[in-house]
Ligand binder design. Structure first.
Ligand SMILES: Cc1cc2nc3c(=O)[nH]c(=O)nc-3n(C[C@H](O)[C@H](O)[C@H](O)COP(=O)(O)OP(=O)(O)OC[C@H]3O[C@@H](n4cnc5c(N)ncnc54)[C@H](O)[C@@H]3O)c2cc1C
Length: 412
């Protein structure tokens, strides 16, 4: 495959076809100014893992980008958010979602399977005519400008050149090494997470789970050093569970490892019946546990005509369910900056960083603080946890495209 010529439109290369990279491909192509190609190391396109929560700050972008038609049959709109105490399942806090969320923030809250979200984005990318080049692992990156335009070399030795390069290659980013060689390495946070699903049909017959199966909601159970999050996916057929617990060293040198049902049951022994019943209904084969990693803030996210987005520049811990949402905000902001300054793409990258870095760093800090709230420090006798602070307005009400346009208007 050849990369389209610069004679028509500036060429944009996006490294990584994860959720962030596909969002960049859609948003930059929709500007009409760029000829975009995505490079993906994997020979097949797809996503692993289970569910993902999409708050209004990202659902508004997905709707605007024309992805809703590919998503709508697979999203579930939760009606409530509820935090329970781990031991007896006492409700610690409760909030209405969707009815009020959509009225307040102008976009819905959705729950979706990661594979369905990825497929919807990939459909939209294909519909827009953006080539995704699979089995194209980037092994070296030259962002220029001393040596000319940005270039990447893929594992076959082929060199690809472009006018703008986007590093959407996740936590262990190759592009980051060129943009910011002094960046540290990702570090383990001290938590692992089991991610698995339970058939809703089985939950309906269980007295402790029937209510969770009937009315879709975002539920979490908070306990000492551990917490569990659950919600319904896929046309209300599948219940997604994320169970976070202290790192026991069993996932080392990889992003995930095989787990066992016995370990999950042992970890949550003594928790309320909702949690233990969910664990008991888990399919024991193929259980995986993931390591949660963090990265010290980078001094910059851009260098010459190259910018980093998503997990490549700031991995987001999952405690606020904002990882992909923030990657979508990155994509939207970058596209507005590039659209406004197609002839000064290095400046566009600079302004992109100045808009995104402060907001995303704040969301990262909120996510880290939420971990402390979820992991109650109390013992067996305590009966209540701290109420969550209302951080939702600034988070969910944000319109990344509008915010970028306002900043650009004030600066140019
Ligand atoms: C347990 C857990 C729960 C989560 N829950 C939520 C949630 O509810 N809501 C939410 O918004 N977020 C959630 N997240 C976070 C979210 O999943 C991530 O932040 C998001 O997927 C990051 O996307 P990305 O595209 O930046 O990176 P990635 O998804 O890592 O994609 C990077 C892509 O680049 C490719 N690649 C890597 N290196 C190269 C190379 N050298 N050459 C070519 N291609 C390459 C990879 O194969 C991959 O396809 C959760 C994360 C975890 C761990």
């Amino acid at each position: 495959m050849t990369i389209p010529s610069h004679k028509t439109k500036p060429r944009v290369l996006v490294v990584g076809a994860g959720l962030g990279g596909l969002a960049v491909a859609i948003a930059t192509t929709l500007t009409g100014h760029f000829s975009v190609t995505v490079l993906e190391s994997s020979p097949v396109l797809g996503e692993v893992g289970a569910g993902i929560q999409l708050s209004p700050n990202c659902s508004r972008l997905l709707k605007r980008w024309g992805c809703e038609k590919y998503l709508k049959d697979n999203v579930v709109t939760p009606k409530y958010g509820r935090a329970y105490r781990w031991q007896y399942g006492k409700i610690l806090s409760e909030r209405e979602i969707n009815h009020t969320t959509e009225a307040k923030f102008g976009a819905p809250y959705w729950h979706v399977h990661r594979a369905d979200l990825h497929e919807a984005l990939a459909h939209r990318v294909q519909e827009l005519g953006v080539p995704i080049r699979l089995d194209a692992r980037v092994v070296s990156v030259d962002v220029g400008p001393e040596t000319g335009s940005p270039k990447v070399t893929i594992h076959t030795g082929e060199v690809l050149e472009c006018e703008f390069l986007v590093g959407a290659d996740g936590l262990h980013s190759k592009v980051r090494e060129a943009v910011c060689p002094e960046a540290g390495r990702p570090v383990a946070t001290g938590d692992l997470a089991y991610r698995f699903t339970v058939p809703v049909s089985l939950m309906k017959d269980n007295p402790h789970l029937a209510q969770l199966a009937e009315i879709p909601g975002a539920s979490s159970w908070w306990g000492p050093d551990k917490h569990v999050v659950g919600y319904i996916l896929r046309n209300q057929t599948t219940y997604n569970v994320v169970a976070v617990f202290p790192d026991d060293g069993s996932v080392q040198g990889a992003s995930k490892a095989v787990g066992t049902l016995e370990q999950v049951q042992e970890l949550y022994k003594g928790w309320c019946k909702q949690v233990t019943s969910l664990m008991d209904l888990t399919e024991p084969n193929g259980l995986s546990k993931w390591i949660l990693m963090d990265l010290a803030p980078l001094p910059r996210w851009n260098n010459s005509c190259c910018a980093l987005v998503g997990g490549a520049c700031r991995p987001m811990l999952p405690y606020l369910a904002q990882g992909s949402a923030q990657a979508f905000e990155d994509a939207a902001t970058l596209a507005v900056c590039m659209d406004t300054m197609p002839n000064e793409l290095d400046k566009a990258a600079e302004i992109f960083t100045s808009i995104r870095k402060s907001r995303a760093t704040k969301v990262q800090q909120f996510a880290r603080a939420q971990r402390a709230r979820n992991h109650l420090k109390d013992g067996w006798d305590a009966t209540s946890g701290e109420e969550s602070k209302d951080w939702t307005s600034g988070l969910y009400g944000y319109d990344a495209e509008e915010a970028a346009r306002q900043t650009l208007a004030s600066r140019l």
